[in-house]
Write a protein that binds this ligand. Structure first.
Ligand SMILES: [Zn+2]
Length: 241
């Protein structure tokens, strides 16, 4: 994959800012504390990586098809994400890959579908980590949190981006091939249901987590409410029953 130096700066900036924004939301504010640092690392490897690899997948395939594909951060949206994070929710649009060159509808559809597919693959990777943590490292709360959050946020990113509206990936996949669109959407929804199922089994084994879990349930990542409710979900995540 070819990267311009400007593009590398944009990718790094978007990754860092989105990680900080989610860390502010998850830890309930900005501070030089261990809790904030932990939330920042957690955000960087879950939502940050999910967003980054999603965009890079678009770029990779577009370049394979002979197009010029460059990522550019949306600075205004990044500033807005940080401001919103202090109020406990984030509507994130960190940036996008701009593609120049001629692609037909099929290639455009394929370039679009790989983004959400990467999120689904990542979600299952985190799911596997979660299961492994439960089996081999019982009691490691931090890895459990990261794995669960990675599963939950990546499955949500896949579902959200596959909506067939606006300029979302889903609209282009839908225009290209309805069957592939349906398969991708079903896969994304199934993954998202897995994350909800884990959270509800978590609630039944620890009722105190109900509030935190419900906040995740109804308003996941792209429009995730934070504050006190999510603080508790960062600090503690119960084990699979
Ligand atoms: Zn995309």
């Amino acid at each position: 994959m070819k990267f311009s130096s400007v593009e590398k700066q944009h990718l790094l900036r978007a990754w860092l800012v989105i990680s900080v924004a989610f860390a502010i939301m998850l830890s309930g504010g900005f501070s030089f504390s261990e809790q904030f640092f932990t939330a920042a690392v957690m955000s960087a490897v879950t939502v940050g990586l999910g967003f980054l690899l999603h965009e890079l997948a678009h770029k990779f395939l577009a370049q394979r098809y002979g197009c010029i594909a460059e990522f550019r951060a949306f600075d205004t949206m990044l500033v807005l994400a940080v401001i919103m994070s202090f109020f406990g929710f984030i509507l994130a649009a960190p940036g996008a890959v701009f593609i120049h060159g001629h692609v037909n509808k099929a290639r455009n559809g394929r370039i679009s579908v790989v983004g959400p597919v990467v999120n689904i693959v990542l979600a299952y990777f985190f799911f596997a980590v979660l299961i492994a943590t439960q089996a081999y490292a019982y009691g490691n709360q931090l890895i459990s949190n990261i794995a669960y959050y990675g599963l939950s946020i990546n499955s949500w990113l896949a579902v959200f981006n596959l909506l067939p509206f606006w300029h979302l990936d889903g609209a282009k996949v839908f225009a290209w091939n309805k069957r592939i669109y349906a398969a991708a959407l079903l896969m994304a929804i199934a993954t998202f249901l897995v994350s909800i199922q884990i959270m509800s089994s978590c609630v039944s084994c620890n009722p105190e987590l109900a509030d935190a879990c419900l906040a995740d349930f109804f308003l996941p990542p792209y429009f995730l409410r934070g504050g006190e409710k999510n603080q508790s979900s960062v600090r503690q995540f119960c084990h699979l029953t």
